[in-house]
Ligand binder design. Structure first.
Ligand code: GLU
Length: 480
C-alpha cells in the first residue's frame, strides 16, 4: 500500500505554529514512505473565512519547505484542493446516505433546538439531538416530510447514529479508542443552505483522495467517532488515524493566539530560520530516540515515524528554539547571512556595509547572537565611525595612567604592517611587559575606545575586522 496523506487547514486565520507541525508530520511521514502529501483547503464554514488566510497559509508552508505532491495546477505549482469548489459532490454523497437510510431530514428551527437543550440541561443530560422528540423524518412521517420538502421548508440532513453500537478505532499515537454510540450526536451533514459540514466534506474527500493516514491535531479526536460512523454508513474502509499532541506554553496552557505570537509568520518576522523552526517544531511531540537535536529536513524524513510521536502535550521551549536558531546561524555561510541582513543595515543608514565586510563581521560575532539581525545592534560600532561610549564601562576601567598608556600603545600600533590577530596580540603583550602592566589593563580601555561597550567579540579579532586605518582613527580621536 502506498502512503497518501493530506494537510487540511481551514482558512480561518494565519498558519498557527501547531498547524505547521501537523503539516510537517504529514509531509515527513509521506516522504519517509515514498508516498504522497496533498494540501486541501477546508473552507466549508463560510462564516469563519478570513480573507487572505489561504494564501498566507500556503506562503508560510512554502517558506518552511513543506512541498505538496498533487492538486490542481496553479502557476506551475500544485495548488490545493479547495472544498468550496467541490460542494456539489458533498451534496450528492449526503443524499446517498439519506437514500440508504443512514441519514435523515430534520426541520427543527433554532428556537426548537434551543428549547431542546434547555430541557436536556434541566434533566442533567448532555446536550444532543433527540431524534425521538424533535421534528424530523421519523417523528413527522413520510407524508409530512414530503410535504415540507415540496414547500421548500428549511431543513438539514443529519447522520443517523446507531445508538447501540460501540465505535472503536486504533489510533497510531493513542492506541485503542472506544466510544459508545449513544454518546455520539446525530451530526449535521448538510446544512440548511445546502453546504456540507466539516465532517461530511472531510470524510468524503479523505475517501475520494484515497488518504491512507489521517494525521491531525488532538483536538479532532472527539470528531473521529463521527467520521468512523460515516465511513461505516458509506461502506468505506476508514484510514488509519493518528492524533498528535497539543503544543503547550511553558506554563502548560494551550498555545493559542491569546498567549502572544503563535503564527508562523510571527516567527518568520522575528528572524527565525525556516530550517531551524522546522527542526525545532518537529521535535515538539516527536522523540527520535537519541540525544541528537539538529536535524535537517532530509534527516527528519529519514528518521520520522508515527510510533515515536508522544501522547502527552509538548511544551514549547522558546529558549531552546533561540539556541537552535543560533546553531543554524553558525552553520550557515556568512556571505548568505550578509545578504539577509543587508537591507536592515541599509535602513539603519550605516556607512560600512560592503557585503564581504558584513560577512566578516557576522563571522566575528556569530557565537554571541541568536538571530542574524542581531548584528545590526550588537555590532553597530563596526558599521559606522560613531562610537557610543558606555560611560559606566569607561569609568570602571579608565585609570589615571590609562590615557598615557593608550597613547603610547597607539603609536606602537602605527608601526604594524601585518594587521591581524596574532601580530596585535604579540605587539600588545610585548608593550605590556615593557610597561610593567597586565594586558588585561589595556584590553578594556581599548574596547572602550574602539567599540564603546563591554560586550562583543575578542578585541584583537574585532580590530582585525575593523582594519588598521579605522582603528588608528578611533584611537587617536578617542584619546583626543
Ligand atoms: N480543517 C480541519 C482543521 O482546520 C482539519 C481537521 C482534519 O485534519 O481532519 O484543522
Amino acid at each position: 500500500m502506498s502512503v497518501r496523506v493530506r494537510f487540511a487547514p481551514s482558512p480561518t486565520g494565519f498558519l498557527h505554529i501547531g498547524s505547521l507541525r501537523t503539516a510537517l508530520y504529514n509531509y515527513l511521514f509521506a516522504k519517509h514512505h515514498g508516498g504522497v502529501c496533498v494540501l486541501r483547503i477546508e473552507d466549508t464554514d463560510r462564516t469563519r473565512l478570513v480573507e487572505g488566510a489561504m494564501e498566507e497559509q500556503i506562503e508560510s508552508l512554502r517558506w518552511a519547505g513543506v512541498v505538496f505532491d498533487e492538486g490542481p495546477h496553479v502557476g506551475g505549482n500544485y495548488g490545493p484542493y479547495v472544498q468550496s469548489e467541490r460542494f456539489d459532490l458533498y451534496r450528492t454523497y449526503g443524499m446517498q446516505l439519506v437514500a440508504s437510510g443512514h441519514a435523515y431530514y430534520a426541520f427543527d428551527t433554532s428556537e426548537e433546538l434551543d428549547a431542546m437543550r434547555v430541557r436536556q440541561q434541566a434533566a442533567g443530560i448532555a446536550p444532543r439531538y433527540d431524534r425521538t422528540t424533535m421534528r424530523n423524518q421519523y417523528t413527522l412521517g413520510e407524508h409530512e416530510t414530503e410535504r415540507l420538502l415540496q414547500s421548500n421548508a428549511d431543513h438539514v440532513i443529519r447522520l443517523k447514529v446507531p445508538h447501540t453500537s460501540e465505535v472503536r478505532f486504533h489510533d497510531a499515537v493513542r492506541g485503542e479508542v472506544t466510544v459508545q454510540g449513544r454518546e455520539v450526536d446525530d451530526q449535521i451533514l448538510l446544512k440548511s443552505d445546502g453546504f456540507p459540514t466539516y465532517h461530511l466534506a472531510n470524510v468524503v474527500d479523505d475517501h475520494l483522495m484515497e488518504i491512507t493516514h489521517v494525521i491531525r491535531a488532538e483536538e479532532w479526536l472527539p470528531s473521529t467517532p463521527k467520521h468512523i460512523l460515516l465511513y461505516e454508513a458509506f461502506g468505506w474502509t476508514p484510514p488509519t488515524f493518528a492524533h498528535v499532541p497539543l503544543l503547550l506554553n511553558p506554563d502548560r496552557t494551550k498555545m493559542s493566539k491569546r498567549h502572544g505570537d503563535v503564527m508562523v509568520r510571527d516567527f518568520r518576522k522575528k528572524g527565525y530560520f525556516p530550517d531551524a523552526l522546522v527542526n525545532f517544531v518537529s521535535l515538539c511531540g516527536w522523540n527520535p530516540g537519541t540525544d541528537r537535536e539538529v536535524y535537517s529536513m532530509p534527516d527528519l524524513i529519514e528518521h520520522f515515524t508515527l510510533e515515536r510521536v508522544n501522547k502527552a502535550g509538548a511544551v514549547f521551549d522558546y529558549k531552546k528554539l533561540d539556541w537552535m536558531n543560533g546553531e543554524y546561524l553558525r552553520a550557515k555561510d556568512p556571505q548568505d547571512l550578509a545578504a539577509m541582513v543587508l537591507p536592515a543595515l541599509q535602513e539603519a543608514g550605516y556607512a560600512y556595509i560592503e557585503p564581504d565586510y558584513v560577512a566578516r563581521v557576522i563571522g566575528l560575532v556569530r557565537e554571541r547572537i541568536h538571530f542574524v539581525q542581531d548584528v545590526v545592534t550588537f555590532a553597530d560600532y563596526i558599521f559606522t565611525d560613531v562610537v557610543n561610549v558606555d560611560d559606566e564601562y569607561r569609568a570602571k576601567h579608565w585609570k589615571p595612567d590609562t590615557s598615557e598608556l593608550l597613547r603610547a600603545l597607539t603609536e606602537r600600533y602605527a608601526s604594524i604592517e601585518q594587521w591581524d590577530h596574532t601580530t596585535l596580540n604579540d605587539v600588545t603583550a610585548a608593550f605590556a611587559t615593557e610597561h610593567n602592566v597586565k594586558t588585561g589593563a589595556l584590553m578594556h580601555p581599548l574596547r572602550v575606545v574602539l567599540t564603546g561597550k563591554q560586550v562583543g567579540a575578542g578585541v584583537y579579532d574585532t580590530m582585525e575586522v575593523l582594519g588598521k586605518e579605522r582603528c588608528m582613527t578611533r584611537l587617536r580621536n578617542g584619546l583626543a
